[in-house]
Design a protein around this ligand. Sequence first.
Ligand code: SF4
Length: 376
Amino acid sequence: MLSLYIHTPFCVRKCPYCGFYSTLYSEQRAEDYVAALRNEALGYRSDFSRRLFSTVYIGGGTPTVLSNEQSARVMRLIKDCFNVTEDAEFTVEANPHSAAQEGLSQWQRLGVNRLSLGIQSFSDRVLQKLGRLHTADQAVDAFRSARSAGFTNIGIDLIYGAPGQTMAQWGESLAAATRLTPEHISLYSLSLDEGSAFKRKADSGTYALPDDELVIGMYEHAVSTLFDAGYARYEISNFALPGFECRHNMNYWERGEYLGLGPGASSYVAGKRFDNIPDHEEYARRLARGQSAIVDCEEVTAEQAARERLLLGLRTSRGVDLRRFHDEQGNNSFRRLQASLPALSDAGLIRIIDGRMRLTDRGALLCNEVLTRLAV
Ligand code: SF4
């Protein structure tokens, strides 16, 4: 499967936990970006003229800070340069503070059929600690605006393990989320991303890391609350009502191909992984001069591919096909892997049924430990 990702690197303010490449929005920066994006897309048009894109994801950053005119131009360049299937999943990321109904209605009219809302919490205290610009009430309003705009497939993101966050606050956020019945919920354990303000505070010893047991308890509480509300966990951090799994992300976990446009975007096409320069000014300059925005490119070896398939597949509820791993990696690698499985199985972290290896609930919680103990 082939996916298209468009990185929109603008935000109204930088959140203190965020390590994604983004810069502050200004109309001029966005103008330069949209012009460069069009040049980049035109450069790929002939190479991809015979290929069909099954999912499109406009992420960021905050794509919904673009003006209506700019977002219309982004949608036009996608249609002009790429073949997107009739039934493609087409997602745009939005933040509650920039999710006015008029703008959302326009994205919807232009063909976007899935919205990913960065709500993060329904507790004003937690939102403040996370440096977010919206309140819990605005999050609910944004969700309702999205429904009124016609979105029938909405995902929301929630963060746990935030500074000072209590189990009670987390429980209230989960309850508020399930009351809205979004089709999809992603849970993120707050991590200290390189380059973020929280990471700098942690390095200088002024950031109090949350207690591990509390964070594990929050995940367990979320799993049982979401199961009770009818959501299935199809990946460690992702839950969906039946039929609403995110196809775009599934393509990443299944190691499908994707083309990424925009500053800092990554691609994986024809066995090669390549990254665009994570600098909006240099990105625009290069494309204006007719140069490529790619700064890194590596050929993924068959061995790397099989290892990635194992590590990514294990995160999903479908798990890993051990026979396929054997066929791709050969006897030696398979024997090494096999030798590491009994201890993980005895510890209740994995189970193997019908030749597929999957994480147990406990294994999902301790996923990083499982991945380091797998001999691959
Ligand atoms: S978390 Fe989202 S809104 Fe906040 S700075 Fe990062 S990309 Fe922007």
